[in-house]
Design a protein around this ligand. Structure first.
Ligand SMILES: *[C@@H]1O[C@H](CO)[C@@H](O)[C@H](O)[C@H]1NC(C)=O
Ligand SMILES: *[C@@H]1O[C@H](CO)[C@@H](O)[C@H](O)[C@H]1NC(C)=O
Ligand SMILES: *[C@@H]1O[C@H](CO)[C@@H](O)[C@H](O)[C@H]1NC(C)=O
Ligand SMILES: *[C@@H]1O[C@H](CO)[C@@H](O)[C@H](O)[C@H]1NC(C)=O
Ligand SMILES: *[C@@H]1O[C@H](CO)[C@@H](O)[C@H](O)[C@H]1NC(C)=O
Ligand SMILES: *[C@@H]1O[C@H](CO)[C@@H](O)[C@H](O)[C@H]1NC(C)=O
Ligand SMILES: *[C@@H]1O[C@H](CO)[C@@H](O)[C@H](O)[C@H]1NC(C)=O
Ligand SMILES: *[C@@H]1O[C@H](CO)[C@@H](O)[C@H](O)[C@H]1NC(C)=O
Ligand SMILES: *[C@@H]1O[C@H](CO)[C@@H](O)[C@H](O)[C@H]1NC(C)=O
Ligand SMILES: *[C@@H]1O[C@H](CO)[C@@H](O)[C@H](O)[C@H]1NC(C)=O
Length: 595
């Protein structure tokens, strides 16, 4: 009696305040053991896709820094401890919280903002997938964990902390989260030490984040009369706080006369994520603000930047260092979902133009005319250079972009092509590959057992990362590892960070990809059909940047370096010979002359 009354009260509350439903997730989602990946789902939405979504978000909980209970829900990762509680003290600020970037203990703002951008952008168009998988509370908690820290890292208009922790100190440490070495200096940019890339990338993330939290936001990027909706995390207070940070940061970036990257201002201490350009991030931020605010002044900036910085016709990957592919898709989305923006700026809506730009880019990847890209024999999209470390990351990024754009492609044919190409990449990651490897930790018995993660490893001997301890102590559920080499082979070795490291930005597309799959189909991810134990570590040695081997394993860059060295050496010898002969010649000549 009392129980059903309670239920009645609770369910009516849920009806009246839908947002309450996501505040206290119940029961708490924790990843099922890897063997669950062998069971075909019998429910709708598909349990396996719900788990991929849930686990890929859970990874962000495992990366948390600071006091683990401070979020919207408690700490789900029982083997993690509070850590780095002095962060910011060198500036008398509280910079605790946020996430460790990868397998170590650095907090890096630039890849963090890329991650938040990708998560928010995906949820904006496919957030209903989170609702259906009952992961909305964790999406909210994850985004807030990131944005709340980014707000702390932006204490005044022009000041943005771009890194906490020193690479020199951190790289010398391998161990748990209770003895993280100090000092952990915090590095700010400001108007005297500008960083247009970092300001802009943060502005873009804040802008899309604010859209996601805006009640009843409309962002229709499909041709469907019932497109998927954004998740139920609306909170106008939070939305306006995020937007005000976006506007301020953009304004600082736009008005700074000395446009330069944060690496150029701060130097080697922030070299881990030194971006090669600021113009792509800057253009992205003006466009993101245009879409978030529906104000044409930002759109005019976006268009002017696009022209001025020659964004058109580029062939690059999409990652933390390269925003250009996202700009193409975002322009096409804007033409579709915010048609008034262009008119307000006195420009053409240009849907066909933006489709053209985006499709030229995608088609060159599919037809192989994209410089440096090809499909491996096993079918992974591989970019020479960009894929040599963490090969799955660029492939998942393209997959997310193609899935996202497909509904507004210029022809039905293209829609289908992009979906099928993207599906192939996602399927590869989730088991449809020559190794029968499932590259998401803890999802299947064939998932990596040894991700390069100091906290999860349980090891403390930096000279014995692979073998001490022999088995990784904790399962880093939901982490996508770097991935295989260009020959599709994968060594599940903890010291091979090229293949087994994990990172905030590697995982950034996975929740969106899972939400997309969950919304579209009831069929299982490919790993369900893979037998346990069919993955094995190759018997030869790998050749990559983490474990270089002699000869054939050299990268193209290294080979080019050696070739240049040889040529310079030969030239020096020739110059020496010439100099030596010249003296002889002149001696002979003077002798002859005197004679
Ligand atoms: C957290 O603390 C416990 C208890 O000291 C320890 O066993 C565990 O390894 C720590 N976790 C990490 C990631 O270091
Ligand atoms: C501006 O940033 C530089 C470089 O990080 C730092 O040394 C300086 O103290 C900062 N200035 C202010 C006023 O915060
Ligand atoms: C989304 O936009 C398309 C036009 O491209 C329109 O046909 C469709 O009805 C819209 N959907 C909604 C829910 O507004
Ligand atoms: C909305 O967000 C604000 C700012 O984070 C928070 O204080 C408030 O509790 C939230 N409201 C609801 C209903 O979640
Ligand atoms: C612009 O910023 C760079 C990097 O901080 C600095 O080296 C340079 O002196 C600045 N130039 C001007 C004109 O302020
Ligand atoms: C954007 O502004 C235009 C008017 O300029 C308006 O018609 C449209 O509804 C607005 N869209 C959104 C999503 O607010
Ligand atoms: C950005 O700067 C340009 C050049 O100074 C200016 O014309 C434009 O209005 C600024 N954009 C915004 C949104 O303030
Ligand atoms: C599309 O791009 C091609 C060049 O690739 C160009 O010739 C054509 O005019 C463009 N069409 C539109 C509608 O912009
Ligand atoms: C239209 O799109 C094309 C890309 O195909 C771009 O080069 C052109 O500048 C755009 N024009 C306007 C007015 O948006
Ligand atoms: C949805 O699934 C169907 C059937 O599997 C497939 O044909 C279609 O391309 C999928 N669409 C998307 C957007 O993934």
């Amino acid at each position: 009696m009392t129980i059903s009354l309670h239920l009645l009260v609770i369910s009516s509350l849920v009806l009246i305040f839908p947002s309450l439903a996501q505040l206290t997730p119940s029961p708490t989602y924790t990843p099922p053991t890897a063997s669950s990946g062998l069971a075909s789902s019998t429910s709708t939405p598909n349990t396996q896709w719900s788990n991929v979504l849930g686990n890929s978000l859970y990874f962000y909980d495992a990366q948390r820094s600071g006091r683990l209970n401070e979020g919207t829900y408690g700490n789900r990762v029982e083997w993690r401890n509070d850590s780095a509680l002095q962060d910011g003290s060198d500036w008398n600020l509280d910079l605790t919280g946020g996430w460790y970037d990868a397998g170590d203990y650095i907090k890096a703002t630039f890849p963090l903002t890329f991650t938040l951008f990708a998560l928010a952008w995906g949820a904006l168009t496919h957030g209903e997938g989170y609702d259906q998988a009952q992961q909305t509370a964790y999406l909210d908690g994850t985004l807030r964990w990131g944005f709340d820290w980014l707000i702390k890292a932006h204490p005044s208009d022009d000041v943005l902390f771009v890194q906490v922790g020193s690479g020199d100190v951190d790289n010398a440490y391998w161990g748990g989260d209770e003895n993280i070495p100090t000092p952990r200096p915090a590095y700010p940019i400001n108007s005297s030490f500008p960083g247009v890339d970092a300001w802009s990338s943060a502005a873009a993330a804040f802008a899309l984040g604010s859209m996601l939290y805006t009640p009843s936001i409309s962002y229709n990027t499909t041709t469907s009369s019932s497109p998927p909706t954004s998740p139920s995390i609306a909170n106008s207070t939070y939305a306006s706080s995020l937007l005000s940070h976006a506007r301020t940061l953009y304004n600082v970036a736009n008005s700074t006369s000395n446009k330069t990257t944060y690496y150029d201002s701060l130097g080697e201490s922030v070299s881990a994520y030194a971006s090669s350009n600021w113009a792509d991030d800057f253009t992205l931020s003006s466009l993101a603000l245009a879409i978030a605010t529906n104000e044409s002044s930002y759109y005019l900036d976006a268009y002017n930047n696009y022209v001025m910085y020659a964004i058109s016709g580029q062939k690059q990957v999409w990652n933390w260092d390269s925003a250009i592919p996202a700009i193409y898709v975002l322009f096409a989305e804007a033409a579709h979902a915010r048609p008034a923006l262009a008119a307000g700026a006195g420009l053409d809506r240009n849907l066909t133009g933006w489709q053209n730009e985006t499709e030229r880019y995608f088609d060159s990847i599919i037809d192989g005319s994209f410089k440096r890209s090809y499909l491996t024999r096993g079918g992974l999209l591989y970019f020479d250079g960009d894929s040599d470390e963490a090969s799955l990351n660029p492939a998942m990024a393209i997959a997310m972009l193609m899935f996202k754009y497909a509904p507004i492609a210029s022809t039905q044919d293209k829609t289908e092509q992009y979906i099928s190409f993207a599906q192939g990449q996602l399927d590869y990651m989730l088991g449809k590959n020559p190794m029968n490897a499932v590259y998401l930790v803890g999802s299947h018995p064939n998932s990596p057992q040894n991700p390069h993660s100091a906290p999860a490893s349980g090891g403390s001997n930096i000279k014995q990362i692979r073998t001490s301890p022999p088995t990784e102590t904790y399962v880093l559920y939901g982490a996508m590892v770097g991935g295989p080499l260009s020959d599709d082979r994968f060594w599940d070795w903890r010291d091979d960070w090229v293949q087994t490291e994990v990172a905030l930005d590697y995982n950034a597309m996975i929740p969106t990809l899972a939400a997309m799959q969950l919304l579209n189909q009831t069929s299982d991810p490919p790993y369900v059909n893979i037998q346990a134990g069919t993955y094995s570590i190759p018997s030869e040695q790998p050749c990559d940047a983490a474990l270089p081997c002699s000869g054939g394993g050299l990268s193209k860059g290294a080979k080019a370096g050696i070739a240049i060295g040889v040529i310079v050496g030969v030239l020096l010898i020739l110059a020496g010979l010439w100099y030596w002969k010249r003296r002889q010649i002149s001696a002979w000549w003077s002798k002859g002359y005197r004679r």
